[in-house]
Design a protein. Structure first.
Lengths: 481, 447
């Protein structure tokens, strides 16, 4: 593979590229879903292809194709060069890449148990057992459980002499129960909504989640929601659980601090950002206890790797320190826009058939000092919300509104009755400034987001967000209820 | 992209390797290119050649599936072996449907050879045309110019063969001033039909008209939605309400409501792959001919769309809307058309004493599937209408509203229909602009 990747780079250079890189990627996936007593997904796939990225006349070009035959590699590399020449017809400045050391390295996701080696029979037996447990009550109209595994082997060569060989492994598992009745449709999921928890781990993730042990509780909560009172509308002190906090971080910090978005490169699709460059080191993003860190080295994160798709080594850096806005996510191309000498590891592509773009990484809210029971006890009246059901945010990453699967009243410092159809709305900086308590590391979990969409053509990326239950004062909740 | 003959050769090889099984092959190939620009310069320029094949095997009530991007003989053989191994451990399913035999399809022409042959230079020239206008207006432009073609085929061991080639060109542009934005786009199978200058003019005018935006307060408003915004409502109806599986599992807001009034008399929604503005794929992912389905007729709910499984549970005929099997989500319409009315945009504005004009919606999502309550933001042009004319641009607003409430409060629809995509993708829809009373905006934002 090294020879093929370097052949593409050499071809591009001969054709006139001042910079070139080639990524060859071989992917294997296994996706299994059991729904209402039937196998509703059992797909095993493999795919291989390559993408060539070049700079010619100071402008980018990218072309890609399936397979790895030499004729295709030569043809695609030449195509990338001709595309770059067209890009140069409409440029303002030449592309400038921030310097990065040259590497010749390998990296691999550390795993304990190869998920592809676990027999399919065992995986199906687990999913059917969960399914049976969820459907012991007829009010559960839809029970869905899934297991998903991916192994991605990447080879990257650049005209600067870097060669990186990486093997990434991701696992995912989860289930949900949808209850219908009383003019309601209510869903509960475990360990998270939208197919559960995903991490760069092996099958040890599945074994550690104790899926079956939680099926009965999930079923009963889904049914209880059918007759639960509706979450009230108004301003309430709100404790948000770690999994919902993960998506909150993703939408209101992750995407907001992508420098390409700040500079308008996403304006036609996913939008821009309020966190403009003059605010860097000069803007209060949240309260003093808010520390948000992007970390491509954290074990288990979906955005954890050895090197990003710019060939930049994985790093850890603050985006918000003690409430102050101090960092962006950016690539080698954009580093000079904020006078950075080196890129952070934020450039990633969806497979071989997409060009790398700046992506939301493993961004986590650092834990505080509270135990959850103490935080509840410290909250006289309020709402506790758990597990995302719906998300929406404006194109400046300011006005957001999230719906959750379940909420509970907090009364007199105790978790009270279950509430249905809960949601909350806010404006990003005001929201983070209202944060006055964060639970400790015993409650802190790295939650995987495996379906983040961005870019034109659309690309999917995976990342994780660590968070513990967190309290926000006087939140607007129950919008439209 | 591969020709029909090349796709058939691949499918036949895979079927031969799958000898001894009932086998279904989905095979696709496509070339796509996209030029992306922002701040009035090209920032990204890509070309992608893709091909893939999936195999579904059935035997003795069991099923296994595998897919591959390796279309060599070895790749196809390994794919069959993987599917066979999966089948071996799958639970027996007494309700597994057999593969259908050969079917007859209506011809749907949606292929213009010039579109995928477009060069990067031609796309760059198109972008330059739009940007030159923006520079004259002191606006910044961001957007895409994409072109491509694809072929999709389905074969099975019972001699079924279905093939549909299509092409697509799209020009989408956002125009930005320091405090406003505008947007417009057009898509067609024929690149020659994309009127870049007109798209750029529309987007620029929105941005210019929206400068110095004013604030309004949350509350109930009369709102005129342009077709792109209407398509967002239709997309969620397609996913959550017209979905045959949601319907039979009582998760749809229309479950059990066949023949009941669910919308105003002026609302008729059909799914029609054969409409000249949709030109959809004339068969579903099991090879059944796609049927035109009336979903809501003059406000009365008529039907969801169905595959064989959901049709059996609903006691009706399947409608040719199967997704690739096996399928956990359920059959969905992909060619929705909201029937037009007899109004015009000018008439709708002129008849509004005080209301709003919404160009597009952003990041819409569902809060409650039974009430079909959605939330989302306005974007790229929110305007105040006073005494029958547009008077000023406004800062964007969030809405939280039931689509069912919208469908029962449509005062007028335009005669003209538009083809439009959505934020989340999907097949897009054909929609008029609509004027809606009592629409709830629930919070403000800063821009």
């Amino acid at each position: 593979m090294r020879q093929l990747a370097e052949r593409a780079v050499e071809t591009a250079k001969v054709k006139g590229a001042s910079y070139a890189d080639c990524r060859i990627i071989f992917t294997e996936t296994e996706e299994t879903t059991v729904q209402n007593g039937k196998v509703s997904e059992l797909n095993i796939s493999e795919d291989i292809g390559f993408g060539v990225r070049v700079i010619v006349d100071g402008a980018w070009g990218f072309a890609c194709g399936p397979g790895t035959d030499r004729e295709s590699i030569d043809r695609i590399a030449a195509e990338a060069v001709s595309i770059a020449r067209a890009s140069a017809m409409l440029k303002k400045d030449d592309v400038r890449l921030a310097p990065e050391p040259v590497y010749d390295e390998t990296w691999q996701t550390p795993i304990v148990e190869d998920p592809f080696a676990v027999p399919l029979e065992e995986k199906l037996a687990l999913l059917f057992e969960i399914d049976r447990t969820l459907r012991t009550d007829k009010r559960i109209k839809t029970a869905t459980g899934s297991l998903e595994f991916l192994r991605e082997h990447q080879w990257m060569a650049t005209s600067e002499g870097t060669f990186i060989d990486q093997l990434l492994v991701r696992s995912g598992a989860g289930f949900s129960a949808t209850a219908v009745g009383n003019d309601e449709v209510q869903v509960r999921s475990y360990p998270n909504s939208f197919r559960g928890q995903y991490m760069t781990l092996g099958y040890e993730l599945v074994r550690g989640l104790h899926l079956l042990d939680n099926a009965e509780r999930v079923r009963e909560e889904a049914i209880a929601l059918l007759t639960a009172p509706t979450c009230p509308s108004g301003q309430y002190d709100t404790i948000i659980d770690g999994s919902q906090m993960g998506l909150q971080i993703h939408e209101s910090v992750g995407h907001a601090t992508e420098l390409d978005r700040v500079l308008g490169m996403e304006a036609n699709y996913a939008g821009m950002s309020f966190a403009t460059t003059e605010k860097l080191n000069n803007f209060r993003y949240g309260s003093d206890i808010v520390n948000l860190v992007c970390d491509a080295t954290v074990p288990g994160g979906l955005g954890t790797f050895g090197w990003d798709d710019d060939g930049v080594r994985a790093q850890r850096w603050h985006l918000v320190r003690n409430g102050q806005f101090v960092g962006y996510q950016f690539n080698r191309e954009l580093a000079h826009k904020i006078n950075a000498e080196r890129a952070v590891s934020s450039n990633r592509a969806d497979g071989w058939n997409n060009i790398p773009i700046v992506r939301n990484g493993n961004i986590s809210l650092m834990p505080g000092k509270w135990k959850l029971e103490d935080l509840m006890a410290d909250t006289e009246g309020g709402i506790y919300m758990e597990t995302n059901r719906s998300w929406s945010i404006d194109q400046w990453r300011l006005n957001f509104q999230f719906g959750v699967e379940a909420a509970w009243e907090i009364k007199g410092g105790r978790k009270g009755q279950l509430l249905k159809n809960a949601n909350y709305q806010g404006i990003t900086p005001e929201f983070w400034k209202s944060c006055d308590a964060i639970c400790n590391d015993e409650h802190w979990v790295l939650w995987g987001v495996n379906n983040c969409g961005k870019g034109q053509p659309g690309q999917r990326a995976e990342m994780s967000h660590g968070a513990a239950p967190t309290r926000f004062r006087k939140m607007t909740v129950g919008v439209g209820n | 992209m591969l020709t029909e003959t090349e796709l058939k050769t691949l499918a036949d090889k895979a079927l031969a390797f799958a000898n001894g099984y009932d086998a279904e092959i989905l095979v696709n190939s496509g070339d796509s290119a996209l030029t992306r620009f922002s701040e009035n310069v090209i920032t990204q320029n890509v070309s992608s050649h893709n091909a893939g094949l999936s195999i579904r095997l059935l035997k003795d009530g069991r099923m296994g599936k595998a897919s591959t991007g390796n279309l060599s003989d070895d790749g196809l053989r390994r794919c069959v072996e993987t599917a066979a191994a999966a089948l071996k451990v799958a639970e027996r399913d007494p309700d597994l449907f057999p593969l259908p035999g050969p079917q007859e399809y209506r011809k749907v022409e949606n292929f213009t050879p010039a579109t995928p042959e477009t060069t990067p230079d031609t796309r760059a020239e198109g972008v330059r045309l739009a940007i030159d206008r923006f520079k004259r207006d002191e606006l910044e432009g961001a957007g895409i110019f994409s072109t491509g073609g694809s072929g999709f085929a389905l074969a099975n061991s019972r001699q079924l063969w279905a093939y549909h080639p299509s092409t697509r060109a799209k020009f989408s542009i956002s125009a930005m001033s320091p405090d406003s934005s505008g947007w417009a786009e057009d898509t067609d199978n024929d690149i020659g039909a994309i009127a870049i200058d007109e798209i750029a003019r529309k987007a620029a005018q929105k941005a210019l008209d929206g400068r110095n935006p004013a604030d309004i307060e949350p509350g109930a408003y009369t709102v005129i939605f342009e077709p792109a915004a209407v398509a967002e409502f239709l997309l969620f109806l397609a996913w959550e309400a017209f979905n045959g599986l949601a319907y039979v599992e009582d998760r749809s807001c229309f479950s059990g409501k066949s023949g009941q009034k669910v919308a105003g008399d002026n609302i008729t929604i059909v799914d029609d792959a054969y409409h000249p503005m949709t030109r959809g794929v004339p068969f579903d992912y099991e090879g059944f001919p796609r049927q035109k389905v009336t979903l809501i007729e003059q406000g009365v709910f008529r039907s969801a769309v169905h595959n064989r499984k959901t049709a059996k549970l609903a006691g009706v005929d399947q409608t040719g809307h199967s997704m690739p099997q096996p399928d956990a989500w359920g059959p969905m319409p992909g060619n929705l058309i909201l029937s037009p009315g007899d109004s015009t945009m000018e008439d709708m504005i002129a008849s509004t004493d005080r209301g709003l004009l919404v160009t597009n919606l952003h990041y819409v999502n569902i809060l409650n599937p039974i009430t079909m309550t959605l939330t989302g933001m306005t974007r790229d042009g929110l305007f105040l209408i006073e005494n029958g004319r547009i008077t000023k641009g406004l800062k964007n607003m969030r809405f939280t509203e039931s689509v069912l409430h919208v469908l029962n409060n449509v005062e007028a629809l335009t005669r003209e229909l538009f083809k439009t995509g959505t934020f989340w993708g999907g097949g897009g829809s054909i929609a008029p602009a609509i004027k809606v009373n009592d629409f709830h905006l629930t919070s403000k934002t800063e821009n």
